[in-house]
Design a protein around this ligand. Structure first.
Ligand code: S3P
Length: 748
């Protein structure tokens, strides 16, 4: 631990630790072992404890006199039970030097603010309130453990007038013992900790106490196995400490307890009524939430970026690409499998479900509306359908993350429900156009509010819908699907006319759920798709093929890297999605479809891709809707293709997760490629791709496209803001490495 960041600020400090129990003792021991401070002096009320601390190497020296310990200290850490803070402060006040910094480790912070106000009239600027989120059921100096804080979080709750230097010193002290330091305000800290720590301790103590009272307690404890042990471990914690914490944070703990009691009451009722639906609902939601939480804690991949912050890819290139790979399940089909499964009658079994953030957002939305969903487990999901009218009002607004498809399709499906609901999303989604669905839905009778045409969307619910005939103003499967889903609930027939073919997964899947949908050709490109409201969806089995939009990155990667030869397995090759294959072939790409078959109503094939020199083309406009998500990586192919490639009639790209025309043009130009964005497309000339840093603007497909570009670049390409790759392609880096493209992750 020699070069920990804290050394500059800490090196010459004399640190006094008041209380050398589990937390104070562990901190003292860790600071000594890190060598990051000059001296650690301990205080304990009882001499035997203080002496033991010395014997165990916890402190350099000790005193049982508070004034002596504090007088010579530069940094004082109060690590006694939280309700004793006030009396400690009263004792040390006269001995504190002007420069001395004070911090504490209390699990409740509001009460420490009050103690300061009582003793000093205010929280002194050099008192930085803190709380390490680490501990053990063990207590006392014997339990002191120098590794206790390593890779744990410490929350500081500085106030507006806290001394910046003092905050920096306390931050560095925690970093020196391996902790990650976060800041929060006092009230928020107390609320969060009431739910995540204080309530669980209260429950553990209470359960053990209840069981210990029962007559058969001998038997209970004799036979108590894993479940009891896991659930109640924390009931062995120090009672004084927890007594203090509960009283110190009693308002927030009571609020949390009341909420828990209400939920427990409902669960009791469900058990009494033998309500399987309710029991499965609670259990499967809880399992999903805990699994997600554990994954985020364990994962070092970009999947946990929300917790750890910004993710940068360093794409190192590589190749030639070789081997077989199956990319994750199709995103569009995964969304729809949950939506239709939820409103069907019976249990729908899904295989190959995409466990990416976008489709998981859809899954969570339906859980929030009372649908029992088991999984996903290795791509397998069971949806317990509730029928067209069985969805329940969610408790809160429904958060859809980065997923435009979820929001637009749900706008249609939910505008016909009896309850009101608000749909929200992340920053990128909150900037995307929603009037394109809101307008036709309003003409069916839906009541929808948006914020200047963008999310959040407020759906009033309780509207009776009537079928419409609607000609799509833009070639968009999302608009088509949104209207058709609303049409399931509408009086009469709902028809959508499309002037260019867009992906038809909704129509295919509805038929798979035994719901009649007609699709008639009006002309060679125009189609009318119709359904009538009021039918029933019957649960089915769905095999989600690998996503052609994810496979596209490897199609381009192999096409541009000399010597490459790969096979992409079980890829969905629905005719409304194969623009990328058609365009690459037109550019001279060597792609062969083998083993063509049908899986669950969708055509699939294995695709062999070999390197081939590419040439620039004018991309046929009829291919644009069929390759709408694949253009970022096709632009990389264009940069490697002899001559010039021109894209027109693709203005839709400007309103995807980012403005994909501008963002790709900016990145390509940074790397030395000659690229000229236009209103509705781009012109790209063959160029040498240089090394450099580009911005993905949080757009998953831009991030992956530039990673592919590194295969032909003169050096590494650094790509910022890549956390959202997990929205569509959770194991992109692993699969890329498997076939020969190396990408390193840098996390800040
Ligand atoms: C999608 C349709 C496309 C596509 C999006 C998914 C779908 O959007 O870009 O990633 O699942 O229906 P538009 O239909 O709006 O072009």
């Amino acid at each position: 631990m020699n070069s920990k960041p804290g050394q500059n600020l800490l090196g010459s400090l004399r640190v006094a630790i008041i209380g050398v129990g589990l937390i104070g003792g562990s901190l003292a021991k860790a600071l000594r072992q890190s060598g990051s401070v000059a001296r650690v002096v301990g205080y304990a009320r009882r001499k035997s404890v203080a002496e033991r601390a010395l014997q165990l190497g916890v402190v350099d020296e000790y005193s049982t006199d508070l004034t002596t310990v504090v007088a010579g200290a530069d940094l004082v850490v109060i690590a006694t039970p939280v309700l004793s803070t006030r009396s400690i402060l009263e004792h040390i006040k006269p001995a504190l030097a002007a420069h001395t910094i004070v911090t504490d480790v209390g699990s409740a912070k509001g009460v420490v603010v009050e103690a300061c106000e009582q003793v000093f009239g205010r929280v002194p600027a050099k008192f930085v309130l803190g709380h390490p989120i680490a501990g053990s059921e063990r207590s006392g100096v014997e339990a002191a453990d120098a590794g206790l804080f390593n890779e744990h979080k410490v929350i500081l709750t500085p106030l507006a007038d806290s001394d910046a230097h003092a905050v920096a010193v306390v931050t560095d002290m925690w970093r020196a013992v391996g902790a990650e330091v976060l800041e929060m305000d006092v009230a928020h800290h107390d609320q969060v900790l009431a739910s995540t720590s204080h309530l669980p301790h209260l429950l553990a103590y209470s359960l053990v106490d209840t069981l210990a009272h029962q007559d058969a307690n001998q038997d209970i404890f004799r036979y108590a196995a894993g479940g009891f042990r896991d659930f109640t471990r924390i009931a062995s914690s120090d009672p004084t400490m927890w007594h203090d914490i509960m009283l110190a944070n009693h308002t927030a703990v009571l609020a949390s307890l009341d909420q828990f009691q209400a939920d427990l009451g409902r669960l009791r009722e469900a058990l009494e009524q033998k309500d399987s639906q309710q029991l499965m609902g609670v259990f499967s939601r809880a399992k999903a939430a805990r699994d997600h939480f554990i994954k985020r804690l364990d994962s070092s991949s970009y999947m946990n970026a929300e917790v750890t912050g910004e993710v940068t890819f360093e794409a190192m290139g590589g190749g030639p690409l070789a081997g077989q790979l199956r990319v994750p399940g199709d995103k569009s089909i995964s969304h729809r499998s949950i939506m239709l499964g939820a409103i069907a009658e019976g249990i729908t079994e899904i295989e190959g479900f995409l466990e990416g953030e976008d489709s998981l957002a859809t899954l969570q939305a339906f859980r929030d509306m009372g649908v029992v969903i088991e999984g996903p487990q290795d791509g397998r999901v069971l949806v317990h359908g509730v029928g067209l009218h069985g969805l329940q009002a969610p408790v809160d607004s429904v958060y859809l993350g980065n997923s435009g498809t979820s929001m637009r399709l749900l706008a249609g499906l939910l505008s016909a429900q009896s309850f009101a609901v608000e749909l929200t999303g992340d920053d990128s989604l909150s900037g995307r156009p929603m009037e394109r669905v809101a307008k036709p839905l309003r003409s069916m009778g839906a009541q929808i509010e948006s914020r200047d045409g963008k999310p959040p969307l407020g759906l009033a619910g309780g509207s009776a819908l009537t079928g419409i005939e609607y000609e799509l103003p833009v070639a968009s499967a999302q608009i088509k699907s949104s209207i058709l889903l609303a049409g399931l609930y509408a009086q009469g027939e709902t028809c959508v006319i499309e002037d260019a073919p867009t992906r038809d997964h909704t129509e295919r899947m509805l038929r798979g759920f035994s719901y009649p949908v007609t699709s008639t050709e009006i002309s060679s490109v125009q189609r009318r798709i119709c359904l009538s409201g009021g039918g029933v969806l019957k649960a089915t089995q769905i095999d989600v093929p690998a996503d052609i939009s994810s496979a596209a990155f490897f199609m381009v990667a192999a096409s541009i890297t000399p010597g490459s030869d790969i096979v992409l397995e079980h890829v969905g090759v629905n005719p409304t999605r194969i623009g990328v294959i058609n365009i690459l072939r037109a550019m001279g790409g060597d792609l062969t479809l083998v083993n063509e078959r049908e899986a669950g109503g969708e055509p699939v094939a294995d695709i062999r891709v070999r390197y081939a020199p590419l040439k620039g083309i004018d991309i046929p406009v009829d291919q644009v809707p069929l390759a709408i998500d694949e253009f970022p990586v096709l632009f990389v192919a264009a940069a490697c293709a002899e001559g010039v490639t021109r894209l027109t009639d693709a203005a839709e790209l400007r309103v995807k997760e980012s403005d994909r025309i501008q963002v790709m043009a900016d990145g390509l130009i940074t790397l030395g490629v000659t690229a000229q964005p236009t209103d509705d497309g781009i012109v790209i000339q063959q160029s040498t791709i240089g090394e450099g840093s580009v911005a993905s603007h949080g757009d998953h497909r831009i991030a992956m496209a530039f990673a592919v570009a590194s295969l032909r670049a003169t050096g590494p390409i650094e790509i910022s803001d890549c956390a959202n790759v997990a929205t569509s392609f959770p194991n992109f880096i692993g699969l890329a490495a498997k076939v020969g493209l190396t990408i390193n992750i840098k996390q800040q």
